[in-house]
Design a protein around this ligand. Structure first.
Ligand code: ADP
Ligand code: MG
Length: 639
């Protein structure tokens, strides 16, 4: 007995229960993924490749871990008679404790929330589960018993672990001898799935799903032995990091599979860009735009960023320093030729070189999106639907690329083509291209919902003139528009603010008519202003309305209703300011008011005009109960 053996824990065998979430996941998975059974192989190969990556990384600081065996790789064997598949890697391996933790629990945060989203609809759930990444547990889709033999690199041979489970709630672990470092997984296939042990089938699955894996996947040789190979074996995949291969050698399907490998996302990416940059800084990037937003896109602590490699050695996951926050939906890798191999997350912070790479990557992504918008508008529409609100953070966060991002924004407008009218489909360039002659600004309105925006009285005069208005109703919109005042030399104008200057598009007669209208009703505006002084700053004759009696207008620098509500919700007191009441004296209601003497009826109607203008903007009444009484008085006075 060596000293090591004497010190090792006794090789006791224990039976442990899976974490509750694992049990739930196992059940859901077997039901949701039966039509994608073959994914188990790519998941296991993906884990084996990660294990090799991790060992290569750890061995940079601790070369002893390689145990004199620096060639990393995978071996895949099967036994058709026994119905087993065996996958071995010589990567980092697992200690007994790691096997218990990694194969018995799901470490990712948000697991419970994620599982709560399962609907019972198999198609939807299969997609959700795909996003989450079922990983190792997918073995149980095809196997009724799974054995794992492993030894962590650096541990002695007698500290290997054997893990076994039938995927039914518990697993067994015991300490065993294992001379080879790394992991061997043996799947005992269910009777109905024994076909998977066919050598031919496995080969084609490896080529289809795992060709991009950077380490060799070896299988028993079918042809004459190749001098370079382990005797009796041959490499069945490309065995070269995908991004290091020349672009025209890489098939679209290879790019898609690589995307799945790094994201666990089942769906295809919408677009990707693969670039090598040479010069002062040398790096390769492979960037993907996903098709669907992950369930945790809005979680503050959700993983985001790129996988970082240095000269093909995997260094870290989720290196967020390479992407600005408004591009946090981008997935991919960056492989730097200049960073030191011992680079850490902390070293990436506030580093000028990294910042300039981030700038270049941002531009690449924006170019990729611009290309998608131009060449494949349907895909771009799908992108916008999923990630538009995230991209809207861009003009604020990234001033250098403001114009580039602005071109990518899409809006619902008074002229959007779809029936419901709520789809955000109009770009600012389209808008400018169809501006009316004499129109100088890009007009927009912000409301609580697309419907409220579309039916706002503020739109009346613009509609009559055939002028398009952007209809904004996302939570971020007011904040976005506050930082974003101009596009291609055109001012962006909120039609609810300040005077609506339509001088460029009005005819001389219209201008004259408006002037004389205002002149003719000074008495009315003054009387109203006196009565409504508590609520409004001034009362003026409208430049906006053609049908409604009145509307409220904000001062040029007043805070908008949306921002006001956000501040109030955050417990802050927004600055108080009174709006301007614009009246349409030609409306019968105002004609009637103008004819009334001062007195109770005048007061009721004056207040009602103000109150309905407030309601039409989705605002809150200062005294709702008084409003109801007023309204009832009027209703009862109807003959
Ligand atoms: P993920 O790969 O997303 O982390 P998996 O369910 O595929 O999730 O794997 C769970 C964990 O089990 C891995 O993170 C890893 O720690 C461990 N693991 C799985 N396969 C291996 C392997 N071949 N070698 C070493 N560790 C492994
Ligand atoms: Mg995995």
């Amino acid at each position: 007995m060596t000293a090591n053996e004497a010190q090792a824990a006794p090789p006791h065998k224990e039976t442990l229960g899976f974490q509750a979430e694992v049990k739930q996941l196992l059940k859901l998975m077997i039901h949701s993924l039966y039509s994608h059974k073959e994914i188990f192989l790519r998941e296991l190969i993906s884990n084996a490749s990660d294990a090799c990556d991790k060992l290569r990384f750890e061995s940079l600081a601790n070369p002893g871990l390689l145990e004199g065996q620096p060639e990393l790789g995978l071996t895949l064997e099967s036994d058709e008679a026994a119905g087993t598949i065996t996958l071995t890697d010589n990567g980092i391996g697992m200690s007994r404790q790691e096997a218990i933790e990694h194969l018995g629990t799901i470490a990712r945060s948000g697991t419970a929330e994620f599982l709560g989203r399962m609907t019972g609809d198999q198609k939807k759930d299969a997609q959700l589960i795909g996003q989450f990444g079922v990983g190792f547990y997918s073995s149980f889709i095809v196997a009724d018993r799974v054995e794992v033999f492993s030894r962590r690199a650096g541990l002695p041979a007698n500290e290997g672990v054997r893990w076994e489970s039938r995927g039914e709630g518990e697993f067994v672990v015991e300490t065993v001898d294992r001379p080879a470092r790394g992991t061997t997984i043996v799947l005992h296939l269910k009777d109905a799935e024994k076909d998977f042990s066919s050598d031919y089938r496995l080969r084609s699955l490896v080529r289809r799903y795992s060709d991009h894996i950077a380490f060799p996947v070896r299988m028993r040789a079918t042809a004459a032995p190749d001098a370079k190979e382990v005797p009796g074996f041959e490499t069945v995949n490309h065995a070269q990091a995908l991004w290091t291969r020349p672009r025209n050698d890489i098939k679209d399907d290879d790019y898609r599979e690589f995307y799945r490998h790094i994201t666990h996302d089942f769906s295809d990416p919408l677009a990707w860009a693969h670039n090598r940059v040479e010069g002062a800084k040398e790096y390769t990037s492979l960037l993907y735009i996903p098709e669907r937003a992950p369930y945790d896109l809005w979680h503050r602590d959700a993983a985001r960023g790129l996988k970082l490699y240095v000269r093909r050695v995997f260094i870290l996951d989720d290196a967020e320093q390479f992407l600005p926050s408004y591009l946090r939906f981008v997935k991919g890798i960056i492989d730097s030729a200049d960073l030191p191999l011992n680079v850490s997350r902390e070293m990436l912070q506030d580093d000028e070189a990294i910042e300039s790479i981030r700038g270049a990557i941002s531009r690449r992504v924006l170019d990729l999106l611009a290309k998608l918008a131009k060449d494949e508008p349907e895909k771009y529409a799908a992108f916008w639907k999923e990630f538009g609100t995230v991209l809207k953070e861009g003009p604020v966060e990234d001033a250098t690329n403001r114009e580039r991002i602005a071109k990518l924004l899409r809006f619902a407008t008074t002229q959007s083509a779809d029936a419901a009218g709520d789809a955000q489909s109009v770009g600012l360039e389209d808008y400018i291209a169809r501006m009316k002659s004499g129109q100088e600004a890009i007009y927009y309105i912000i409301a609580d919902s697309p419907a409220a925006a579309r039916s706002s009285p503020h739109l009346e005069v613009l509609k009559r003139k055939g002028i398009e208005v952007l209809l904004l109703s996302d939570r971020v919109d007011e904040w976005l528009m506050d930082h974003f005042r101009e596009f291609e030399g055109k001012k962006l104008r909120n039609i609810v603010r300040g005077t609506l200057d339509l001088s460029g598009i009005q005819t001389e007669e219209e201008k004259q008519a408006q002037k004389s209208l205002a002149g003719a009703h000074t008495a009315l505006t003054e009387r109203l202003q006196k009565r409504l002084a508590d609520y409004v700053d001034t009362v003026v004759v409208t430049s906006r309305l053609t049908e409604s009696p009145a509307c409220l207008v904000l001062g040029e620098h007043d805070i908008g209703a949306q921002m006001r509500r956000i501040l109030e919700a955050a417990g802050q007191k927004p600055p108080q300011s009174k709006p301007i009441l614009e009246i349409n004296p030609e409306h019968p209601l105002l004609a009637r008011i103008a004819g009334l003497q001062d007195g109770a009826e005048f007061d009721d109607l004056a207040l009602l005009v103000f109150e309905q203008a407030t309601l039409a903007d989705g605002g809150h009444l200062p005294d709702p109960a008084a409003f109801v009484q007023r309204l009832n008085r009027l209703l009862l006075s109807l003959k």
